[in-house]
Design a binder for this molecule. Structure first.
Ligand code: ATP
Ligand code: MG
Length: 264
């Protein structure tokens, strides 16, 4: 096992409700179940990833404090989830104040990267869930990342906004983080029964080519229910399509990472 550096995978798409959080929480758990040491970071003030594993009463310090107060030690923020190998840096609603607080700070886009550098090597994967915006929070995630995963909902407006996202990635590549790569695009909330969804899937493949993962995530009520029970899909509904498909996605990600020359 190469433990020089964590792979940092940001899950981002500025469109709301496309399955970012569902993908982040189940990738994190799926990789942890496969023996990887995983840290899940919630960078969304909505705190949906956090609430998928914890009650807010269990959260003391959170990402806002961690990014604002450089003296706060990570151990005061990090939580052990009930899943072996999976730790979490949680968010609270106060993260919404971060962007205002960082305006004018010279290191604003680098806060997260600088905070994570000392713990690289403690984890095989760091998975970051982001809010549905392309603001400073998402830029912090992209600057700190080795790879980006883009969930795209297979619906009529799926590709609207994809240009803005790609432009943001190009900007991040041009200056603060030339090494970031798009690891892949995952089609989510897919309804296999409709012709429209099949057409959209083809359209996404035309735009993103071989970046599109073979594993497609279909619509499943179980995926919607599992966060309420604080369970990842694999323990909540092991036989469900969601468990199988996110499991496949984890395997595909491990294969792609290896093809990229990162052996874990
Ligand atoms: P936001 O932009 O608000 O952060 P998001 O991109 O993180 O949203 P999710 O929260 O993962 O999206 O998903 C939006 C809603 O759709 C949630 O209620 C979630 O449970 C549900 N959902 C996500 N994926 C699926 C799926 N494959 N099948 C059924 N429901 C799903
Ligand atoms: Mg979300």
């Amino acid at each position: 096992m190469n433990n020089h550096h964590s792979l940092v995978l940001t899950v981002a798409n500025q469109k709301g409700g496309v399955g970012k959080t569902t993908t982040a929480i189940n990738l994190a758990a799926g990789l942890a179940n496969r023996g990887k040491r995983v840290l899940l970071i919630d960078l969304d003030p909505q705190a949906n990833s956090t609430l998928s594993y914890f009650d807010l009463s269990e959260v003391n310090s959170s990402m806002y404090d961690f990014l604002i107060d450089s003296k706060l030690h990570i151990s005061e923020v990090m939580l052990q989830t009930k899943i072996n190998n999976l730790k979490m840096l949680p968010a609270r609603i106060n993260l919404a104040k971060l962007e205002g607080k960082l305006v004018g700070e010279f290191d604003a886009p680098f806060r997260l990267k600088d905070r994570l550098d000392p713990i690289k090597g403690e984890f095989d994967f760091i998975i970051i869930d982001t809010p549905p915006t392309l603001g400073l929070i998402t830029v912090n995630a992209l600057v700190a990342s080795t790879h980006l995963i883009v969930p795209i909902q297979s619906s009529y407006f799926a590709l609207e906004g994809a240009d803005d996202l790609l432009e943001t990635i190009e900007k991040v590549k041009a200056r603060p983080n030339p090494n970031i790569q798009v690891l892949g695009v995952v089609v989510t909330l897919h309804d296999k029964r409709t012709t429209l969804a099949r057409d959209i899937h083809e359209q996404i493949c035309r735009v993103f080519g071989d970046k599109v993962f073979d594993s497609v995530i279909t619509k499943s009520v179980r995926l919607e229910e599992s966060p309420a029970y604080k369970e990842p899909i694999y323990s909540f509904a092991p036989q469900s399509s969601g468990a199988v498909e996110y499991g496949n996605l984890c395997e595909e990600i491990l294969r792609r990472v290896e093809q990229n020359g990162r052996h874990l």
